[in-house]
Design a protein. Structure first.
Length: 194
């Protein structure tokens, strides 16, 4: 009799869906196994603990989201246009991968860092470094400095604002194209505060 092999991505997808539906406290190995259609043993074969499974699920979503932002070419000659492009990429990602976006809302990095993660802790602590460097680069290009205030403005305009523009659509399941059209003006307004 051949042994059935279950996809790690299918298990991560199931964990994501359980967290989105039930919250992090409702995410048990048993609930995730049921959602994935796998035996509990298959989960423990791949992950040492529930904490590791949740952290890997979160990291996958965070890294996918960040890759969209990091893929946008940033032009020192046109930093505002670059900022708008990054914001639109983040917005598009939220709508293209709603379950990842909802997971990142439902389960915070701080919550994960309070769990026993072993060697995975270092990866979670440093996961945002490349995006933070992008925000600092854009702050320097827009304002001539990358102090805390200017980096926070860039983060607000390029991460929080696109996410907020997408959030209602994710909750309702209804797409509103006009929101995307209005995002660049909103990004410019926020960045003008600097």
């Amino acid at each position: 009799m051949s042994r059935q092999v279950f996809s790690t991505d299918a298990i991560l997808d199931a964990a994501r869906d359980v967290v989105v539906q039930r919250g992090a406290r409702g995410a048990t190995v048993e609930a995730i196994a049921r959602a994935a259609g796998v035996p509990v043993g298959s989960i423990y074969h791949r992950f040492d603990s529930l904490a590791e499974l949740l952290a890997r699920t979160w990291l996958r979503a965070a890294q996918r989201s960040q890759e969209r932002a990091l893929a946008v070419p940033v032009s020192p000659e046109e930093p505002l246009a670059s900022a708008e492009a990054v914001a639109l990429a983040m917005y598009d990602y939220c709508l293209a991968e709603p379950q990842d976006t909802l997971l990142l809302d439902a389960l915070g990095r701080t919550e994960l860092l309070n769990m026993d993660l072993g060697a995975l802790r270092a990866q979670l602590e440093t996961v945002n470094e490349r995006v933070e460097a992008l925000m600092a680069t854009l702050a320097r290009e827009l304002y001539g400095r990358a102090d805390r205030r200017t980096r926070d403005l860039v983060l607000l305009a390029l991460v929080d604002l696109p996410h907020g523009f997408a959030q209602r659509q994710l909750a309702s399941g209804t797409r509103t194209p006009a929101r995307r059209e209005r995002l660049p003006a909103a990004v410019r307004a926020v960045l003008a505060e600097g």
